[in-house]
Design a protein around this ligand. Structure first.
Ligand SMILES: [Zn+2]
Length: 128
């Protein structure tokens, strides 16, 4: 491992530690001030959530335990904002896989689609 990599690893560890410290913060509580590093939520962009419950006022780094491999990883505040406000993810959903497993899952799906398309092409080829 190069020194560059271990530096990244150290930064990731520090971020994970910070995220754990923030785990108890209630991002929906109007009396809670956003901590340093928090990303402010845009309520208008969250309006697609058909909920009577309170929506988050800000996002903080969140610890995700991967459903597949059990690895702990930070789900960065800015990625959460993107997920909920840009891709309009439901507020009750969130990241469940670590980046490695997500990439693997994506590769698996891409491969399945490729094989499927290949199969369709073959079928088509036989018909003509
Ligand atoms: Zn994983």
């Amino acid at each position: 491992m190069t020194s560059d990599k271990s530096k990244i690893q150290r930064l990731q560890d520090a971020r994970l530690k910070r995220a754990k410290a923030l785990a108890d913060i209630d991002t929906r509580d109007p009396n809670v001030d956003p901590p340093p590093g928090a990303v402010i939520a845009d309520q208008l962009e969250l309006a697609h959530n058909n909920t009577y419950g309170r929506l988050p006022r800000f996002y903080v780094d969140k610890v995700v335990v991967c459903r597949q491999c059990g690895k702990e990883e930070v789900w960065p505040a800015e990625r959460q904002k993107w997920w909920y406000e840009v891709t309009k993810g439901n507020i009750n959903t969130g990241a469940v896989l670590c980046r490695t497993c997500r990439d693997k899952e994506k590769a698996r799906k891409d491969e399945a689609r490729r094989l499927h398309l290949q199969g369709l092409e073959k079928k088509h080829g036989n018909e003509t």
